[in-house]
Design a protein around this ligand. Structure first.
Ligand code: DGY
Length: 316
């Protein structure tokens, strides 16, 4: 069962393998009660990040269920313990969205430091404006430090991009990155506190877990350099959004570029009217090619698991 609308190549792959596929084709998510009804008897679920995969859903499917294949690299929508208890393998889609998401993080860095959203709004507003030496000055990236929180594939790909813009890189991560990669990027491994205190741009790339919920709160925002920027393309709840608004209002940091929100799709009122924030609607992996590749990888995981093979990209 494909619980949300995904690109056709993913569904095609499942059908071409001879499976009976029940695929939701509306853009809005399937109502929960309908999902709980339709899921009965499914061997595999292909899910979107908007789907809550919990004990209720797994039990509704039944004991034959083998696989939950998320069409996303993030998997905070899945109760992994409930999956394990029922011998259900959960998978995600790492790798195929690395470049798209790193591109978007770089775009947010450029937008927020160069005030591009604000500039675009000015031109569209029809308000009079003319070029001026001191008009809408931003912050250059050259010689500045990027702090990457979570140096996995996306964090590393962003670091490469930032290096090309003349930035130095520091990172914090549970594990140190491959020494060859660290040397190539000149990336220093530092504590979160040191990263926050020394970076001009802090970019978040860690998964949302109980440990990383509100990883960036009042104290962490207070540790950031005055004039620094925060960028989040990970999950909204990694940042305490209310604390972020307070820090922005107090001028503690210079701005934020956000692709994700704590209570998505709701956005904190205090962010909406601010010119020092760039707000975009969770577009990290939103390219045609990337979304098709994600759907295909999720389908390949489902096919492998229903035929008793090992998943390509199991979680954990
Ligand atoms: C993910 O994969 O987790 C992104 O948030 C959506 O592609």
């Amino acid at each position: 069962m494909v619980t949300g609308r995904i690109p056709e190549p993913g569904v095609e792959l499942l059908r071409a393998a001879g499976h009976d596929v029940d695929a939701w084709i509306e853009d809005d998510p399937m109502p929960r009660d309908e999902l709980l009804r339709r899921v009965v008897g499914a061997d595999a679920l292909v899910t979107l990040l908007t789907e809550r995969v919990d004990a209720e859903l797994l039990d509704a499917a039944g004991p034959q269920l083998r696989a939950v294949c998320n069409v996303a690299v993030g998997h905070d929508n899945i109760d992994l313990a409930a999956c394990r208890e029922r011998a259900v393998t959960a998978t995600n889609t790492p790798g195929v969205l690395t470049d798209a998401t790193a591109d978007l993080a770089m775009a947010l860095i450029l937008m927020v430091t160069r005030r591009l959203g604000e500039g675009e709004r000015l031109v569209r507003s029809g308000e009079p404006w003319r070029w001026g030496m001191s008009m809408m000055l931003g912050t250059g990236l050259q010689g500045r430090r990027l702090g990457v929180v979570g140096m996995g594939q996306i964090g590393t790909a962003l670091a490469r991009r930032a290096q090309a813009f003349g930035m130095s890189v520091a990172y914090t991560n549970r594990r140190r990155v491959d020494p060859a990669v660290a040397a190539e990027l000149g990336a220093a491994h530092v504590s979160l506190d040191e990263l926050l205190a020394t970076s001009d741009v802090v970019s978040l790339h860690c998964p949302l877990t109980p440990e990383t919920r509100h990883l960036i709160g009042e104290a962490e925002l207070a540790t950031m350099r005055p004039g620094a920027f925060l960028v989040n393309t990970a999950r909204g709840a990694v940042v305490d959004e209310a604390a972020l608004v307070t820090a922005l209002e107090a001028g503690r940091i210079a701005g934020a570029g956000l692709d994700v929100f704590e209570h998505e799709p709701q956005v904190h009122e205090g962010l909406l009217g601010r010119d020092d924030v760039v707000l975009i609607p969770h577009l990290g992996s939103a390219t045609e090619e990337t979304r098709a590749a994600m759907a295909v990888l999720a389908a390949r995981n489902a096919l492998a698991l229903v035929t008793g093979e090992t998943a390509l990209t199991p979680i954990g």
